[in-house]
Design a protein around this ligand. Structure first.
Ligand code: NAP
Length: 424
């Protein structure tokens, strides 16, 4: 029997599904010893820092991750950063294979004047801010204006718009960061405009997310019926199933009578942002009609761009067009990539399962004989790291602190506090 050592870098969904796929490939002759390296003191990636807190069902996939983590041949090395604490060359030297699963964490830019004004931020900052990511707790999110504009027509734009437009006490029974709930309760924003450069027929939202919008209890959701009717005409009979479901869902919203709620979430289509203006801070977004060429602007104090992500680069790994350069997940000799770092930022969490499984098959096929040259623990020396048992202590403490408050967990934000909670 041969046991091969595999290092997986990144403890998000793609990393865990890769570990699970390796566990499933094991046989009497083939065993894996899996070391998962994560730069944060907490694992679960987007399930902790990305998924909207008012969507707790999506987070139940963490049970699968914990099953993988406790299967016996798995070790977690949290608070260890590739590129800083260890290098890719060191990992490749020691492990029989290395799998990059570091996702895409950098928000794409619009590339228009004024984009860097205070008050113009990316969903890549706002989402981890409300989700208690240690690196984003001090993001400046100006919530003192009446209007916010969200650019983009995907599910991230929708999450962002919903978080800004819902009645913040609805977040009390969620695991939203305490600092974000407090700030959102003070927020003066009453109108959130979600703006798409193309028509409703081309929106990247998915229909279940659209269908749940009318269930918001304290927010008016407004879509112009004429926008949807025009989109239905443009799309014609050849329309794809997903676009049709979206248009059906948007038509239902557009037909719903407006209520007297003071909070509004409004959809705008066929509007291309061309400039963000303001004197030292965001004051308005200027748009050009994508078809009409008409110039118009919306006064606002906050603009959030949710137009996709790129992978943050790690020294020693080749990147192009926001992704790790790869062929079907193979990057080079014993080096592989899975998840958004491989494919780009598309698909739901479950998409990573089949994707990682295909790549891990290639990895297993290419193995020859085990190197037996040590592992990451030899490199860390005195550095504190979060093992699976430390994480289980942190996890249990957060869940216990949330219980009396009716929350699934009360998240700890700061790195040092997380390490302290784990007894480190
Ligand atoms: P996305 O689905 O790719 O949507 C990006 C949006 O940004 C598109 O509407 C795109 O419009 C627009 N855009 C891109 N460049 C632009 C520009 N320069 N100016 C204006 N608009 C621009 O990306 P995402 O929303 O970041 O989501 C990433 C993935 O995560 C998706 O697969 C999504 O479904 C998934 N996700 C799922 C959930 C859920 O299941 N609840 C929640 C969040 C995210 P064009 O089409 O015109 O390029």
């Amino acid at each position: 029997m041969a046991t091969f050592k595999v290092a997986i870098v990144g403890a998000g969904p793609a990393g865990y599904f890769a570990a699970q796929a390796l566990q499933n490939l094991q046989s009497e002759d083939l065993q894996f010893s899996i070391d998962m390296i994560e730069r944060l003191p907490t694992p679960w990636g987007l399930v902790r820092s990305g998924v909207a807190p008012d969507h707790p069902k999506i987070k139940t996939v963490s049970k699968v991750f914990e099953k993988v983590a406790t299967a016996g041949n798995f070790r977690l090395f949290g608070a260890v950063e590739l590129g800083t604490d260890i290098s890719i060359e060191q990992l490749q030297e020691m492990y029989d294979a290395v799998v990059i699963a570091t996702g895409s964490a950098v928000g794409k830019k619009l590339g228009i004047p004024g984009e860097d004004l205070p008050g113009s931020i990316s969903a890549a900052e706002f989402v981890p801010w409300y989700n208690a990511h240690p690196d984003f707790h001090s993001v400046d999110v100006p919530l003192d204006g009446q209007t916010a504009v969200v650019i983009g027509a995907g599910n991230v734009a929708m999450d962002v718009a919903r978080m800004l437009a819902l009645e913040p006490s609805e977040l009390d029974p969620t695991d939203t960061a305490d600092h974000a709930i407090a700030a959102l309760k003070r927020s003066k924003i009453r109108e959130v405009v979600i703006s798409a450069r193309r028509g409703p027929e081309n929106a990247a939202f998915t229909s279940p997310e659209l269908r749940e919008l009318p269930k918001l209890e304290h927010t008016n959701v407004l879509i112009n019926k004429s926008d949807i009717e025009a989109a239905i005409t443009r799309a014609g009979d050849e329309i794809e199933k997903d676009s049709k479901s979206n248009l059906d869902a948007m038509l239902l919203i557009s037909e719903k009578e407006a209520t007297s709620h003071e909070r509004t979430m409004k959809f705008q289509f066929l509007a291309t942002p061309i400039e963000i203006k303001g004197d030292g801070k965001v004051e308005e977004v200027v748009f050009k009609g994508t078809v009409s060429d008409e110039i118009f602007s919306i006064k606002c104090g906050l603009v959030i761009t949710a137009i996709g992500y790129e992978a943050a680069s790690i020294p020693g790994i080749p990147y192009q067009a926001g992704k790790v350069v790869n062929t079907d997940g193979r990057v080079g000799e014993s080096l592989y990539v899975v998840g958004w770092a491989k494919r780009g930022p598309s698909g739901v969490i479950g998409t990573n399962k089949s994707d990682a499984s295909e790549v891990m098959k290639l990895l297993a096929e290419a193995l020859k004989s085990p190197k037996n040259k040590g592992d990451v623990s030899d490199l860390l020396q005195d550095k504190k790291f979060v093992s699976q048992s430390h994480w289980e202590v942190i996890n249990a403490a957060e869940v216990a602190a949330g219980e009396p408050l009716g929350k699934p967990r009360k998240k700890v934000v700061l790195r040092e506090e997380l390490l302290g909670l784990g007894g480190l």
